[in-house]
Design a protein around this ligand. Sequence first.
Ligand code: NAI
Length: 329
Amino acid sequence: MKIAVFSTKPYDQEYFERHNKNADFEFTYFETTLNSRTANLTAGFDVVCVFVNDQVDEDTIKKMVDHGVRLIALRCAGYNNVDIESAKRNQLKVVRVPAYSPEAVAEHAVALLLTLNRKTHKAYNRVREGNFSLNNLIGFNLHGKTVGVIGTGRIGATFCRIIKGFGCKIIAFDKYPADELIHLGVVYLPLTEVFQQADILSLHCPLNPDTKHLINAHTLSLMKEGVMIINTSRGALINTADIIEGLAEQKVGYLGIDVYEQEENLFFKDLSESIIPDDLIVRLIGFPNVLITSHQAYFTKEAMREITITTLENIEDFGKGIALKNEIV
Ligand code: NAI
């Protein structure tokens, strides 16, 4: 089976080569992202393997189908970048890796939260330059603070369990409250009340038409002065222009993001010698209370192993013609 892997970095190739045991799999690695302009590269492949910033829209899907592609294998959990309805109409199957390591993402959300609060990234740089002063490094105790969690699925629930250990009060919003979390002491509230009461807000819901720009000028106006917002889910949950306004007005006290609305032009690339082609991210980077990582929350050894093994199994099941347990239907 011929498999085209898009958006590959050396570590993706390394993990596929390490874990693949199927001699019939023939991989071709493309560094470029998949979109309607690069879709012609899929000619001659049975399977196309994509990641978070590949744009698998209707146009791309039609070209892939014309080229004989029969399966899209996402090597990630979120699938907001694939036009699922179009894939269905075109009889193209789509599989994903629904759960690989919720701990990887939840732990990164906590890392963003702690770094923003205790400013260890600034202390690191200061001490390296012989500056041992504490001016402006003051943080706050997490103990006793109210943490709001939007979306308590696999990652949100793991985040709740970690945060519980800090002695925080946890409030949450999800259409499907989890009994296990209620037993842990998590209090489910209407979304508006979570916005109103949280000192720290962490986003763990998927991106879909309901959640696009969940954080906007109106919802920001409901929040506490100086709120901390953490987003490790998908960039478009936050309206970037509105959050910049919120930061400028000091309504938002801290922002930690691992995802960004226009990240496909930036993330996973070394642009250190380029002019950054995005004024909004340059503005965000300029705030002293904003911490940005480039979609690395998933990036642990354990998660990479799980992602790779599940992706290979998904493709293998497809090859055998058996039921696809991770199909998006
Ligand atoms: P999940 O499917 O286990 O949980 C999502 C939860 O969100 C569910 O409980 C669902 O009921 C809830 N939800 C849906 N719509 C909602 C709404 N309108 N308001 C509040 N809650 C809502 O998904 P999981 O595994 O926890 O992943 C969450 C998201 O994290 C993914 O959709 C993906 O976008 C993101 N992610 C980010 C990664 C990174 O590296 N930064 C890696 C993996 C996932």
